[in-house]
Ligand binder design. Structure first.
Ligand SMILES: Cc1cc2nc3c(=O)[nH]c(=O)nc-3n(C[C@H](O)[C@H](O)[C@H](O)COP(=O)(O)OP(=O)(O)OC[C@H]3O[C@@H](n4cnc5c(N)ncnc54)[C@H](O)[C@@H]3O)c2cc1C
Length: 429
């Protein structure tokens, strides 16, 4: 029996059958020939913290089907194989003079995996990746292949851009793209109070802003990225290695490992993080958006309406201070604009995202539940791919089109071939 694990190592599955279909036809054949009553999931690169991709029956693994990206430069749309990882997507778009408009902070995910869980970055004038989708291909439970866009199978297009892998198997994703651009990045520690006091004007006045509050301190590590066509002013290889590889991974990993051994030291170790100093550079957008993550952790992230973020952060700070919890990982805060994707965590509202992390090997549940208690009542929507403790009974209230999604899902897949336990829990099936 095969074994499949997610990136964090927290989800382990033992599929009966594992296959890596290398063409749409092969995929259709596998789906059509799988006996009734059996379950099929397609995984991406396993970067979800929840068991959303897991299958103990038929598990399909991604391939890019040998196809490159098809770029329509006039319509500004790129056709991306569903299983292609974002790093590769970025490289190919860049070579042709284009880019994705916005993305999250790593590029190891597949195109299909990232839209399916509502993966996002930061920037009030931008949406997450699902909001940038112009169309997709879907192999359905009967082995058919649907082409979905606003003009064709529009209901499937509308609801299926964040589909939790439960509608069928995506074969390609058409993404809206923009001309290649650079980002002027400023990374610096600032006082948390100043960031919170000025939060609205900061996020309204900058293209992409995010910050990390360092628990047990009054500091935030901020990243402010401005879109520009200025000439590159890249970091030197040595400075990039020092800051991104050594400080953010090896040194930070050592701090976390020490904190895991002696939690009482965490507050003192935390005071070292804001001393990282200020950096400014201009590089291609994809090189700035994405960072390497070598330190393993568990994560929960909630989307809340943007105007609740200061109140939410203040309550989390107060809770951490009162609780006696020792937290070595910074709390990350981002924003995005509203989108029209029914199961997107930013559906219909400008959203702030608050993410909490715990170093791998340390107990996270108490901390995450306390944060969830604060964020859920603020119209909180958990990231579908990150740990949370909710099920359909609470999630339905946060998504006005929740039942439309369930109805479509049941129509496309009446026997439930594309379900797994996680999807059944969150959709109440
Ligand atoms: C280090 C790290 C950093 C992260 N940073 C961010 C971030 O900045 N922003 C953010 O929002 N999230 C972030 N995430 C979460 C991550 O983006 C999501 O969990 C994403 O879904 C992972 O993509 P994946 O390719 O690994 O898909 P998987 O986790 O393998 O699968 C996710 C879902 O996609 C479905 N799926 C995959 N391929 C197909 C297909 N072809 N057809 C149909 N369904 C499919 C799976 O069935 C599953 O439901 C991060 C995760 C990690 C580990």
């Amino acid at each position: 029996m095969a074994t499949w694990r997610n990136w964090a190592g927290s989800v382990v599955a033992h599929p009966n059958v594992v296959a890596t279909p290398s063409s749409v036809e092969e995929l259709q054949e596998i789906v059509a020939s799988t006996a009734p009553g059996r379950r099929i999931r397609m995984a991406g690169s396993g970067h979800s913290f929840t068991p959303i991709a897991a299958s103990n029956d038929v598990l399909l693994l991604p391939s890019d089907c040998g196809n490159g990206i098809g770029i329509d430069g006039v319509r500004r749309i790129a056709r991306v194989p569903a299983g292609m990882v974002l790093h590769e997507v970025n490289q190919r778009l860049h070579a042709a003079g284009f880019a994705l408009a916005n993305m999250g902070d790593i590029t190891a995910q597949t195109m299909a995996g990232s839209i399916s869980t509502s993966t996002h970055g930061t920037g009030l004038a931008f949406t997450g990746l699902a909001g940038q989708v112009a169309g997709f291909g879907l192999v359905t439970a009967d082995g058919g292949h649907l082409e979905c866009s606003p003009g064709s199978n529009a209901d499937v297009f509308e609801l299926g851009r964040v589909g939790l892998g439960s509608l069928g198997i995506l074969t390609y994703v058409d993404m809206h793209i923009v001309d290649a651009f650079r980002l002027r990045a400023v990374e610096e520690p600032r006082r948390l109070r100043d960031v919170l006091d000025g939060f609205d004007s900061i996020v309204e006045g900058n293209d992409h802003f995010e910050f990390y509050w360092v628990p047990h301190t009054k500091w935030a590590l901020t990243k402010t990225n401005t879109r520009t066509q200025d000439h590159p002013r890249p970091r030197s290889a040595a400075s990039k290695w020092w800051n991104k590889t050594f400080m953010e991974n090896y040194a930070f990993g050592a701090v976390c490992a020490t904190g895991r051994l002696i939690p009482a030291l965490i507050p003192r170790l935390a005071t070292a993080l804001p001393s990282s100093g200020r950096q400014e550079f201009v590089e291609d957008s994809h090189a700035v958006f994405a960072t390497r993550r070598l330190v393993k952790f568990h994560e929960m992230e909630y989307s809340i309406p943007r105007d609740r973020v200061v109140e939410a952060l203040n309550r989390i700070v107060e809770m951490v201070e009162r609780s006696g919890l020792r937290i070595s990982f910074p709390v990350e805060v981002r924003v995005t604009g509203a989108d029209d994707v029914p199961l997107s965590t930013s559906y219909g509202r400008e959203s702030a995202y608050i993410a909490v992390h715990m170093y791998k090997g340390m107990a996270y549940e108490d901390y995450f539940r306390r944060v969830e208690e604060i964020l859920l009542p603020m119209a909180g929507r958990p990231h579908w791919g990150k740990i949370h403790f909710q099920s359909a009974s609470t999630l339905r209230a946060q998504y006005p089109r929740f039942d439309d999604f369930r109805t479509l899902r049941n129509r496309l897949d009446p026997e439930g071939r594309f379900l797994n336990e996680y999807v059944q829990r969150v959709l109440g099936l």
